[in-house]
Design a protein around this ligand. Structure first.
Ligand SMILES: [Zn+2]
Length: 405
């Protein structure tokens, strides 16, 4: 059994202890058991501490059968050791955990909403799952405001043990799970606000939480999942949001008060411009079709249009193909150079007697290409092809062959 000193004083981060056991593990890790410890092992929704024992990194802390196992990178000799708990991570864990108790009680006091699950994080948002769903912004803000009032009132947070039959256990925010608790029950009490059974580490007074901010609330399993930050983590989030707002306002050369209106205006303008661009493109492609028809050669009764492009967008090629296919007795074959590859598009009008998919297959067969399509339109690609002249020269006879078939 390890003496759990973090219960008595969670603000001690340096201590000396005696090594009771060292069990070597794989990957040069050791499980170290001390006679007493300030290291908090993972449990009750709170993450474990990290730190050092005799200069070696403590990467995980677990509680197994009453003993606290410190997972250490490296080996530890027996005897007395000097240990240090990572203060920054512990303070974040304490702020998140005390913040969770305070917030859960606020949901109960303000909205009569019970907490059904919690998860605390030292470096991301923590969550409480509450029994009430579909929360309004006003409800969320009311809870957040009350929680911050309790922080500003700097109420004391005490922890102590009660016997399992103590009548005070009946007034806890949540009933004690006696299948998980052995012996006396540890109580964490925020003065005149909340009483909970808890084995975690907590700040001595609510003022140490600084600020509690709810980030978002999502509907979850018929209730709500509330994401929140406390203390240092809330300050970091505020800095981040402030920076983003400042960057956006600089980009738009506007004050942060005006950026939302300005972005809405830009979105509306963009929509109008996109529509105009599409209209211009349609006119351009119509003109391009007329120009291409001027270059057509006769193959039997068909007007055959052959054209070469460099990196023409696929949607423009497709539109052009459909425009040509709308003409009478017309077949178009487009070769589009795209880096090391060549795209091939075939289009055929309904009265041409040519099946675009079949013609494409016949063209691609000699150039190791792949592709396919239907009667009016087909597209494919020849990878690693540089000689487009040979491909273009092969088209006329292929059209003739397709017609004879
Ligand atoms: Zn707790």
């Amino acid at each position: 059994m390890t003496e759990l000193l973090y219960f008595d004083n969670p603000l001690i981060f340096d201590f000396t202890a005696t090594v009771l056991d060292v069990i070597p593990q794989e990957e040069k890790l050791s499980h170290v058991v001390l006679d007493k410890t300030y290291f908090y092992p993972t449990g009750g929704g709170q993450a474990h501490d990290i730190g050092r024992i005799d200069g070696q990194a403590v990467v995980d802390v677990r509680k197994i059968n009453g003993s606290v196992i410190h997972v250490v990178k490296g080996n530890i000799t027996t005897g007395n050791v000097h240990a240090q708990v990572d203060k920054n991570r512990r303070l974040r864990n304490m702020q998140a955990h005390s913040g969770q108790h305070l917030l859960s009680a606020a949901f109960l006091h303000v909205l009569e909403a019970e907490t059904v699950a919690v998860k605390m994080s030292p470096d991301a948002a923590s969550t409480v799952d509450i029994s009430l769903g579909e929360l309004t912004t006003d409800q969320i803000e009311a809870v957040e405001t009350v929680a911050n009032q309790v922080i500003m009132e700097n109420r004391s947070v005490k922890s102590y043990f009660l016997a399992p039959n103590d009548p005070k256990l009946d007034v806890l925010r949540r009933a004690v799970k006696f299948d998980k608790v052995d012996g006396d029950v540890r109580i964490v009490e925020i003065d005149d606000w909340d009483m909970s059974a808890c084995a975690g580490t907590h700040v001595p007074s609510t003022g140490m939480l600084g600020l509690l901010k709810i980030l978002k609330v999502e509907n979850y399993k018929g209730g709500s999942r509330v994401h929140f930050l406390v203390g240092i983590a809330a300050l970091e989030q505020f800095r981040h949001v402030q920076q983003v707002a400042s960057d956006v306002s600089n980009l738009l050369s506007a004050s942060t008060n005006d950026v939302v209106n300005l972005v809405q205006k830009l979105q509306a303008e963009r929509q109008i411009l996109s529509k105009q661009v599409a209209e211009f493109q349609a006119v351009l492609l119509q003109n391009e079709k007329v120009e291409l028809l001027d270059t057509a050669v006769a193959v039997e009764h068909i007007r055959l249009v052959k054209a070469e492009f460099d990196n023409k967008p696929n949607d423009a090629l497709k539109t052009l193909g459909h425009l040509l296919g709308g003409e009478s007795e017309t077949v178009g074959v487009f070769v589009n150079r795209q880096g090391a590859n060549v795209g091939v598009v075939v289009c055929a009008s309904a009265d041409s007697g040519v099946h675009a998919g079949n013609l494409l297959k016949a063209i691609l067969a000699d150039f190791d290409g792949r592709g396919g399509g239907g009667e009016p339109y087909a597209q494919g690609i020849c990878k690693g092809l540089s000689d487009t002249a040979t491909l273009l020269a092969s088209i006329d006879p292929k059209v003739r062959e397709t017609l004879i078939e």
